[in-house]
Design a protein. Structure first.
Length: 66
C-alpha cells in the first residue's frame, strides 16, 4: 500500500497570485506530490465568539456582525 501526499495552495496573501500559484503547482509536480488543494471560500468573517449560544446562533448574527 502506498500513501500519496498533496498540499494546499494559498487562497489569499502574497503567494495567491496567478504567477505564485503556477510556481507552487509546478514545483509540487516536480517534487512528486499527488494532488493540489484549494480553498473554496477565500474570506473569513469577523466572529466575536467561536462558541455558539445555547440556541445554536452566534452573537451578532442578526445584524450580520458575527
Amino acid at each position: 500500500m502506498t500513501v500519496d501526499f498533496g498540499f494546499s495552495i494559498p487562497g489569499r496573501g502574497p503567494l495567491a497570485t496567478r504567477e505564485g500559484i503556477r510556481a507552487l503547482a509546478s514545483r509540487g509536480e516536480e517534487l512528486g506530490f499527488a494532488c493540489l488543494g484549494c480553498r473554496t471560500i477565500s474570506w473569513s468573517p469577523k466572529i466575536d465568539s467561536l462558541i455558539p449560544k445555547p440556541t445554536g446562533s452566534f452573537p451578532g448574527a442578526g445584524s450580520g456582525d458575527c
